[in-house]
Write a protein that binds this ligand. Sequence first.
Ligand SMILES: [Zn+2]
Length: 140
Amino acid sequence: MNEAQQNLLQEATRAAELAYAPYSRFRVGAAVLTPGGVFSGANIETASTNLGICAERAALTHARMRGEQKIVGIAVSCPDVRPNEDGVDDEYGAMPCGACRQWLAELAPSAWVVTSTSDKVYLLEDLLPCAFKLHMDNSS
Ligand SMILES: [Zn+2]
């Protein structure tokens, strides 16, 4: 993980402090790097559990609403990840969920992904090979 990626991860960790997660108590922050700056988001839950939004999608929406369409990278921080039953930190505890991976496939296909639970730098092709794409005939 290079310095820019570490800095983006720090921004994601700050964003996690703004999460609204009274039900899961699993705060998540995300930050996306664009040519125009850094845009962050946090998970927001509701009592109707299916209506919440993940930090990654909140951050991507934040960037889009500021006119940013090129996403260079995204960092995800989960300060509430705990070690697994073997006492080992869960390397995959902060990985984007399937829905967020689909968003990344469409809005940030060439972005790198870093997380607070791993030193690895992931690419979308690692996270979502064979991503769903809707091919529509717009010729008529
Ligand atoms: Zn998600």
